[in-house]
Design a protein around this ligand. Structure first.
Ligand code: SF4
Length: 278
């Protein structure tokens, strides 16, 4: 994160920091217009054909595209444990509980996730799918980088930029997700590196991906939230596979109300972090 301008400074209130960010956002929008969706497309989360045997499609995709073998290596660390958890997840009617745009894994309610955020032993992985990075993103869209520089006119208008600047520095790991293998590898690495920590996640993704990979979240097993993206989402296997290679000309978005809810969760985490430090 840029050390030159720290908008969410611990000495200031959340309200003051957010006001400053939003004022800067307005100024940046006056100077640089970003490409946005002219009209929100009305697309089903998953097409009828794609819905068929989705768990099997996901399983096949994950193993057949594990080019670096990182996933197989992670699974080989505890093969029976992971197989058992996978079967348990398949046996459930659904691998998640849905609350509006939030998909809960390993948790029943949003309040339960909030309680987990207050756990001093927790480690929060916050992941943003590349498809809602602006087209003008200075770090590139299909990239695991993000400069989130408040002085950059594109970053200042970007929801990812605002969120990452607002995140507390401790016990939080931001990720900029290109592929499902990238995020799976990072999550397994985190779980293996911190076996005594309560690893939580908050990740943005298309509805199809959230449904396809719920079983994999349950294997880890980690608790957390998947946040549904809207806009030009992937709702077929073909679109998903192209997107995994960086072919994603359309823009996805986190809806305004959902953005507010994510920021409330980040605020809660930040306030817990401040209390722990005192
Ligand atoms: S904050 Fe947004 S625009 Fe800036 S580098 Fe990150 S994703 Fe790109």
């Amino acid at each position: 994160m840029s050390d030159k301008l720290k908008i969410w400074d611990p000495s200031r209130s959340w309200e003051d920091s957010e006001k400053e960010w939003d004022l800067g956002k307005e100024k940046s929008a006056g100077k640089k217009t970003l490409k946005t969706l002219k009209k929100m497309p009305k697309m089903p989360g998953i097409t009828k054909e794609t819905k068929k045997n989705l768990s099997w499609k996901s399983f096949k995709y994950m193993l057949s595209h594990d080019e670096k073998g990182a996933l197989r290596k992670s699974l080989a660390k505890h093969p029976f444990r992971y197989l058992y958890r996978y079967l348990c997840s398949l046996a459930k009617k659904k691998s998640f509980v849905r609350d509006g745009d939030f998909f809960l894994y390993g948790l029943e309610t949003l309040s339960a996730f909030k309680q987990e955020l207050e756990d001093e032993n927790s480690l929060l992985v916050v992941g943003f799918s590349y498809c809602h990075k602006p087209h003008e993103c200075p770090s590139g869209r299909f990239s695991t980088d993000c400069i989130h520089d408040p002085k950059n006119e594109v970053c200042r208008q970007c929801f990812i930029g605002k969120s990452v600047n607002a995140l507390p520095e401790k016990r939080c790991i931001p990720l900029f997700i290109t592929t499902v293998h990238y995020v799976s590898e990072k999550i397994f690495d985190t779980v293996h590196a911190y076996p005594d920590r309560n690893v939580l996640f908050l990740i943005t993704a298309c509805e199809m991906t959230l449904k396809m990979f719920g079983d994999w979240g349950n294997i880890a097993p980690i608790k957390g939230l998947g946040v549904r993206l809207d806009g030009r989402i992937c709702n077929t296997m073909r679109a998903f596979e192209l997107s995994e290679k960086g072919v994603k000309p359309g823009l996805t978005v986190v809806l305004d109300d959902t953005q507010k809810k994510i920021l409330e969760l980040i605020r809660l985490r930040r306030e817990c972090e401040a209390e722990t430090a005192n």
